[in-house]
Structure formats: C-alpha cells, structure tokens
Design a protein around this ligand. Structure first.
Ligand SMILES: [Zn+2]
Length: 303
C-alpha cells in the first residue's frame, strides 16, 4: 500500500514545483528561475541542452509583428526558416526599448501563470495525499489516471511518480495548454500593436476582430452593432493604456491582448479614410479612390 509520510509528500511536492520551473527555464527564460532551483533542475536532468535563444512569448510577439506587417495569411504560410530570415532581414523594424520592456513583461507574466499552475497542482496533490488516510484508493486513481504508473514505481521511484503525475494528469496538461494558448495569443496581439505603433503612430485607428462565436463579454466590448457586426473603433493609444488584470468582469474594457483565457480577438488596423460598410461587413476605402487592396476580409486560423 502507498503510505506517504511527510518527507515523501514534501519531496514529491518539490518535484511538482521543479517541473514547472523546468518548463519556465526551457521555454521562457532561465533568468526567471531562481539559482537554487536551477541547481536542482540540473541535478535532475530537466534542463534542455539546447535552449533556444528566444522564448515562446517573444516568438509570438515577433510573429504578431510579422503578421501586422505582411498580413495574416502571408505570415501563416511562412516556414520557420522564412520567419527567422524575415525578422533578421532589412525590412524588419527592430524592437524599440518600450517593446523590449513589453516582451520582458509578457515573459514574466507567462512565467507567473506557469508557477501559479505549479502551486495549484501542488495543492491538489497535497490535499489528495492527506485525504489518503481516509481513502488510499483515491490517490491511486488520481495518479494512475492514464496507465503508465505501476505500483512498483509508486514505491520505488518517487521522481518518476511525480513526473507522471504531471504528465499523465489530463487536467494539468489541459491547463498548461490553456496558459500557453493565452500567452501566445496575448503576445501575438501585443506584437501587432507594437508594429502598428511604430509604423502608423499611436493615433492609428484600430478595432478588435471578434468572431461570432466569441464570448458575450468580448462581443460586448468589441462589437458596436451585433446585427451588422460593426466593430467599435479605438485609437491604438486608447487601448494601450488599458488592462483588465485584477479587475472584475463588470469592469473589463477592450485591451491589447487577450480579454480572458482562450480569447481569440485580434487587433486590426483601419486604413486611413476607410469607413464601415454594413452591407459588405468590412471597412472600405473612401469612394472613388480605388484602393481596394486592403479591404480584404481576413481570417486567422491560429491554433
Ligand atoms: Zn475575446
């Protein structure tokens, strides 16, 4: 039978936390992991040998820039090599100091979400481990949710056990995905905003492209008229100054980036002089200018 004593619970809990730190180290930035933890991670072989120079929030930010510069479809059809080439090429506008600070902020925010998830999983584990006194089977069921862990491992290999808790628990991986997804889209949208700010200035008119399947909050914040799907129009600077962090839903406003987890709403520029055309459901150029190239209804299929 599995009887975890206080030391074993502590050791497993430590491993759960370390696994989250390893994710931060390998995917966001080593600088966001405390030195004492890095030692443990190295000892446990959790540090990937080749750390990419970039982080996933930064990559997403850069991808946002590229998509704002050349359009969603063209950006999405790029291979990773073309993407690299583009952001290193002459056409690319380097990040400003303010943007670098923004990327650092996005990285820290992502790390804090991951760390928060680590705490949550840890709490979940501790609760179940303590309740085991009442019903040991529950702990087993929780741990052996998929298939991999055998009873032998439960006793003999606590490290493997904790790693399996993490990797085999559906809820955990779903939540990790949710965080990665939200962080990615948030950074992507900020990247778009960064590019539009550099290229067109803070007064550029923008809207948040909102799908019809979006949540009622986003629809309310971003859509002026739900019968024609006419979006609300903002200036970039207006949105840039806003945040929903720590606010109740009733006080949410339109922002750059995600309004909530899994938010897919995306910042779009309205070319100068363009007006909303209810009939066609897009912004169109002023009559007689012949500038139709930009009046393309774009679709994003980011996963
Ligand atoms: Zn949304």
């Amino acid at each position: 039978m599995l009887n975890l004593n206080a030391n074993q619970i502590e050791a497993i809990s430590q491993i759960i936390q370390d696994d989250h730190y390893a994710f931060i180290y390998n995917n966001i930035s080593p600088s966001l992991v405390p030195d004492r933890v890095i030692k443990d991670l190295k000892a446990r072989g959790l540090i990937e040998k080749t750390i990419s120079l970039s982080s996933f929030p930064k990559d997403s930010y850069m991808f946002g820039q590229v998509s704002a510069a050349i359009g969603h479809n063209a950006a999405q059809n790029m291979t990773p090599a073309q993407f690299e080439k583009f952001i290193r090429g002459k056409k690319y506008i380097p990040l400003t100091e303010a943007e670098k600070i923004m990327v650092e902020y996005l990285e820290k925010e992502a790390a804090s979400y991951i760390k928060g998830l680590g705490n949550k999983v840890d709490n979940q584990f501790r609760t179940i481990a303590i309740e085991t006194d009442k019903d040991q089977r529950r702990l087993f069921e929780w741990i052996i949710k998929k298939e991999a862990v055998k009873a032998k491992e439960l006793r003999l290999n606590k490290k493997k056990l904790a790693s399996n808790i993490g990797h085999e628990t559906k809820d955990w991986s779903r939540e990790l995905l949710r965080i990665a997804d939200t962080v990615t889209h948030n950074a992507f949208d900020h990247g778009r905003a960064g590019y539009l700010g550099k290229r067109f200035g803070p007064a550029v008119r923008v809207y948040k492209r909102t799908q019809r399947t979006a949540c009622p909050y986003c629809i309310n914040l971003h859509i002026k008229d739900t019968s024609t799907w006419e979006p609300r129009i903002f200036t970039l600077s207006e949105l840039a100054g806003k945040t929903n962090v720590g606010k109740p839903r009733s006080q949410w406003t339109a922002v750059i980036g995600t309004v909530h987890p899994y938010c897919r709403c995306t910042l779009e520029r309205i070319p100068e002089g363009y007006e909303w055309n209810a009939k066609s459901g897009i912004f169109v150029p002023p009559k007689g200018t012949g500038k139709y190239s930009e009046a393309v209804k774009l679709t994003i299929r980011r996963t």
